[in-house]
Unconditional design. Structure first.
Length: 477
């Protein structure tokens, strides 16, 4: 979309020095509360700029100095001017481009990828045929011929899966082969991170890269592929001087060069662990309810959240730490929904003896929770993927109210944020619902801003949003 001159002029007049405060990581304090008195109620009429983007992404932008930095599919890192939306630089992080390969190696790699594609096509067709035959068997459960055919198809699927795994894991080509990813998730759902020295980006190709603010690559590392066919989304973060990332295991890297410091085995998870401290020692509370010591990566507590017996991968969001409490929520559609608060002990001695203390556990709506919890003024706000809000007392877990957002057909992927005394709920069909915080639901406004799955971010004078198609800035004044 072309930026019209009057809108650009308004942007230059409105976005002043007040906006230069950095927002260098996802959801600021990871709780999603922005310390700003102003936040927009109107949207389209307050648009300052809208910059078209080359491809979609679920990742949220970050603000550093006079720049806004964000990702795009499949492995682009983009830097734009935060006042005008003009693209300053973009860098591809495809491993073919990060490595200086000979022509012979490139040809061999292309042939290897072609073999993987052939196997994948055969596998997809076989899965589709299998599902059709299974439906036929449901209608005729005693049909022995269908049962025999299905048994043969299951064996063929196992063989194709094994062949695919062998090709994907071939040590000569492994790092250059694009792993599978769900179209909903993609490869760029990881929000970048800036530590004041280096800009870090992670992509579902299994790569971690570090840049300076001028787009000069400082280092890059292939780590490993994500452990789920949907891809990954665990945000990079610096904790206790270590760059924490996750694809298959939690890994601490040296921020200066990407060298591995420690590795903590983990099962499938999509959210980001929340750091906390006790007497100056750092720990991570993972979305699966594990506690990891940051100094050495040792898992010192686990089993703190319920995991579904057959869908234990259904852990999508990130815990939040507010004061001495850690808040978490997860669930499986039609099976379970659980919200928790764990108390952080004041002393290491108590922690080493007893671990985290369960403050409360409340059963909530049986559904998936893609959005992370928002905590504000003694209340915890959570929302199911089907757009049903539940508000709980932060101290007790008692349910204050529930409210279903009507009129939206999408999924509540974005995490709720609070700015200027207003809560912003995002739905990926393009709905943005703005409502008042408090003990009863009161909608303030509703807008259609274009499909998106990232979360908005706020400064004193403006809000920014990365939709599938564009980067938007909206005046808060």
């Amino acid at each position: 979309m072309k930026i019209e001159t009057p809108i650009l002029a308004l942007a230059l007049l409105t976005l002043g020095p007040v906006l230069k405060a950095d927002l260098p990581s996802w959801r600021t304090t990871r709780n999603g509360v922005y310390d700003t008195a102003n936040a927009p109620t109107e949207w389209e009429s307050k648009l300052l700029f809208e910059t078209p983007l080359p491809s979609k992404s679920n990742g949220t932008p970050i603000l550093v100095s006079d720049r806004i930095i964000f990702t795009a599919e499949p492995a682009l890192l983009i830097c734009a001017d935060r006042d005008t939306g003009k693209i300053i630089w973009e860098r591809s992080n495809d491993l073919m481009e990060l490595n200086d390969l000979s022509e012979q190696k490139r040809e061999a790699l292309q042939a290897h990828k072609a073999r993987i594609a052939d196997v994948e096509r055969s596998s997809q067709k076989l899965r589709s045929d299998t599902r059709r035959l299974e439906r036929t068997l449901d209608r005729d459960p005693d049909n022995t011929e269908i049962k025999e055919r299905l048994e043969g198809m299951y064996q063929e699927r196992e063989s194709l899966d094994a062949e695919s795994a062998a090709l994907m894991g071939d040590p000569e080509f492994r790092q250059f082969v694009k792993p599978p990813a769900h179209n909903t998730n993609g490869y760029s759902s990881y929000t970048p991170y800036y530590d004041g020295k280096r800009l870090y980006a992670v992509f579902g190709l299994g790569v971690v890269v570090a840049y300076d603010l001028d787009g000069n690559r400082l280092w890059s590392k292939f780590i490993e592929h994500p452990d789920h066919r949907w891809g990954g989304a665990t945000m990079p973060q610096i904790v206790d001087g270590k760059l924490i990332v996750r694809f298959d295991d939690y890994i601490a890297l040296n921020p200066k060069n990407g060298d591995e410091i420690w590795r903590a085995p983990s099962e499938v998870v999509f959210g980001t662990p929340a750091p906390f401290q006790i007497e100056g020692k750092s720990f991570l509370f993972t979305p699966r309810g594990e506690v990891i010591r940051v100094s050495d990566g040792k898992v010192i507590q686990e089993g703190l959240v319920f995991l579904h017996a057959t869908r234990d991968w259904s852990i999508f969001n990130s815990p939040a730490v507010v004061g001495d409490l850690i808040y978490a929520v997860s669930g499986v559609e039609k099976a379970n929904g659980d919200a928790y608060a764990y108390r952080i002990p004041k002393s290491l001695d108590t922690f080493n003896k007893k671990g985290l203390e369960l403050a409360w556990h409340t059963e909530v709506e049986n559904d998936r929770y893609y959005a992370s919890p928002l905590i504000h003024d003694g209340l915890v706000y959570i929302v199911t993927r089907e757009n049903k809000i539940t508000v709980l007392e932060a101290k007790t877990g008692k349910i204050v109210y529930t409210h279903e957002i009507k009129g939206a057909r999408g999924t509540a992927y974005p995490s709720m944020t609070l700015a200027g005394g207003k809560i912003y709920l995002g739905i990926d069909d393009g709905h943005m619902v703005i409502f008042k915080p408090g003990k009863k639901f009161e909608e303030i406004a509703r807008h259609s801003v274009g499909p998106y799955r990232s979360t908005p971010l706020f400064t004193e004078n403006a809000a920014y949003l990365r939709t599938y198609e564009s980067l938007q800035a909206v005046s808060s004044l």
